[in-house]
Design a binder for this molecule. Structure first.
Ligand SMILES: NC(=O)c1ccc[n+]([C@@H]2O[C@H](COP(=O)([O-])OP(=O)(O)OC[C@H]3O[C@@H](n4cnc5c(N)ncnc54)[C@H](OP(=O)(O)O)[C@@H]3O)[C@@H](O)[C@H]2O)c1
Length: 262
């Protein structure tokens, strides 16, 4: 085992954007710890990456909505390598529909995964990076965090939190050798929407997970904090700054509103 190779921890690595980060980083020479719940997918990905790139790829399957998930992630990562070069907080899921009808357990899981686990993981991994004056974290938020979105109210709000958290932290840690990035993809072709039970009406601006990851890792080199993807991302950010919030929220609500039952 070569302890000098960079080591990245990726949550939500079993598929979608997280699996794409794994492919890209293995090809760049990183050893990896891949975390998600689906052990079969993690193992298949790990074996493929090991075969192609001859990196050390470890997998750990656990549920990151559990209250002790961040501590477990930190302990497992350090059991493989004392130094983590890159933490990617990517695991997440969508909730779609009327807030008043949403099962409380699902809302609780989302708050735990998108907020508690990410904040606690960052808090645990960051001091080692600061002490070495080297390292980075990428948190995958969303363009949905640029403004409130009715019927995805709690999802969009957690992503808004992650953008604010990352921007504040980036300022606190500036000039200390670490990079804090918040990556904000727009609509991306993954299982995410199907899992959330959302059938978008018309998406002419969708991106691929590969494009998201290429943009994110490219931006890491220039140490950019807020990363949008392609022209679609720049347009979404720009729109969120110049169009009055009331108008934006009304339009988003119209676009996202679930069809009446039956
Ligand atoms: N797709 C989009 O349009 C889009 C747009 C903007 C932002 N994003 C964000 O991008 C991130 C990745 O999503 P994706 O599009 O790649 O969706 P995806 O294909 O559904 O992947 C989600 C990943 O998160 C993992 N995950 C979910 N719940 C988990 C839990 N409780 N514990 C551990 N792992 C869990 C899943 O693994 P297991 O099921 O194996 O646990 C999977 O690896 C999310 O944070 C999402 O909010 C997506």
């Amino acid at each position: 085992m070569d302890q000098t190779r960079p080591f990245a921890v990726i949550t939500g690595a079993s598929k979608g954007i997280g699996a794409e980060y794994a492919r890209a980083l293995a090809s760049q020479g990183y050893d990896l710890l891949l975390v998600a719940r689906d052990n079969t997918r993690l193992e298949t990905l790990s074996q493929n990456l090991h075969r192609v790139y001859q990196r050390d790829i470890w997998t750990e399957s656990f549920d990151l909505t559990q209250p002790q998930a961040a501590a477990r992630l930190y302990d497992v990562a350090r059991s493989y390598r004392p130094q983590v070069s890159l933490l990617i907080n990517n695991a997440g899921f969508g909730l779609y529909g009327d807030f008043a009808d949403m099962p409380l357990a699902k809302i609780r899981d989302m708050l735990q995964l998108h907020i508690h686990t990410i904040v606690e993981s960052t808090r645990l991994f960051l001091p080692d990076m600061l002490a070495r004056k080297q390292g980075a974290s990428i948190t995958v938020a969303s363009a949905a965090g640029f403004f409130p979105i009715p019927y995805m109210t709690e999802y969009a709000a957690t992503k808004t939190f992650l953008i604010a958290f990352s921007k504040g932290l980036a300022r606190e840690t500036q000039n200390q050798g670490v990079t804090i990035q918040v990556c904000c993809p727009g609509f991306t072709h993954t299982d995410f929407h199907r899992s959330a039970g959302h059938q978008p009406k018309q998406v002419f601006f969708a991106q691929s997970a590969k494009q998201v990851v290429e943009n994110s890792l490219q931006a890491l080199k220039s140490k950019r904090t807020l990363v949008t993807i392609g022209w679609q991302g720049r347009l979404a950010l720009w729109t969120s700054k110049i169009v009055p919030r009331k108008v934006l929220i009304a339009l988003a609500g119209k676009f996202v509103k679930p069809p009446p039952p039956g």
